[in-house]
Design a protein around this ligand. Structure first.
Ligand SMILES: C[S@@+](CC[C@H](N)C(=O)[O-])C[C@H]1O[C@@H](n2cnc3c(N)ncnc32)[C@H](O)[C@@H]1O
Length: 220
């Protein structure tokens, strides 16, 4: 699943035709509980699920799956050069790092020539709106161009959640400057069948503004 709209890989085929996933080495970045890796393994691919959070990987372990789980920073991948055919990420790692080019260059390093990276992030336009599913989430409340990160702190002042904003142009430049060719930018529309609300995502907002941006990149 690429985002809260409900677009899944069966429908989107952004990693390529399903029959070609068989036997492919796939790196999932910011895997969380590794839902994507579990699906990839079921297609016959050979996924590796990577996340910086040990707690998230414990959930992945509890749910199960016959693939490796790796606790590491996406900006310092513990893999040899050219060791994967594909890389993917659904809202993982990239929105949470101050230097996304570090991550993208690392992914490029570990991909084989011709390899593909597909990643989804919150659509950058959402930065200008309150993160609310109702009508209050439809009026611009901040600048789309303000790159000040969103930070939540605990009682002692330590950052416990940080999200970094990049404009659409920033993201395109990051991809290109890291040595990838951008082959598609998918903005899934909210489908009629999806009546659920999740955080700031809802049918009301989904009908009017995009919620997810999916970048399809190739390492030539
Ligand atoms: C919003 S969750 C997405 C999880 C999963 N991909 C999904 O679709 O449910 C973001 C994940 O990125 C991970 N993450 C954040 N920064 C990271 C980094 N620098 N390296 C690797 N993983 C990171 C978080 O621990 C978290 O599990």
């Amino acid at each position: 699943m690429w985002g809260p709209e409900g677009l899944d890989e069966v429908e989107a085929e952004l990693l390529g035709p399903p029959e070609e996933l068989k036997g492919r080495d796939v790196l999932e970045l910011g895997a969380g509980a590794a839902q994507c890796s579990r699906w990839l393994a079921a297609q016959g691919a050979r996924p590796v699920a990577l996340d910086i959070s040990h707690r998230q990987l414990q959930h992945a372990l509890r749910i199960g799956g016959e693939f490796p789980l790796v606790c590491a920073d996406a900006g310092a991948l513990p893999f040899a050069d050219v060791s994967f055919d594909l890389a993917c990420s659904a809202y993982g790692a990239l929105p949470f790092v101050a230097d996304p080019r570090l991550v993208l260059r690392e992914v490029r390093r570990v991909l084989r020539p011709g390899g593909r990276l597909v990643f989804s992030v919150t659509h950058p336009i959402r930065w200008a709106f309150p993160d609310e599913p109702g009508p209050e989430g439809l009026s611009v409340s901040g600048s789309y161009f303000d790159r000040t990160p969103y930070v939540e702190q605990d009682d002692t002042g330590h950052a416990v959640y940080v999200e970094h904003h990049r404009t659409l142009g920033d993201r395109v430049r990051d991809v290109v400057a890291s040595g990838f060719r951008l082959v598609d930018l998918v903005e899934p529309e909210w489908p009629e069948w999806n009546t659920s609300e999740w955080g700031g995502w809802s049918p009301l907002r989904g009908a009017l503004i995009p919620g997810t941006a999916i970048f399809v990149c190739v390492r030539d």
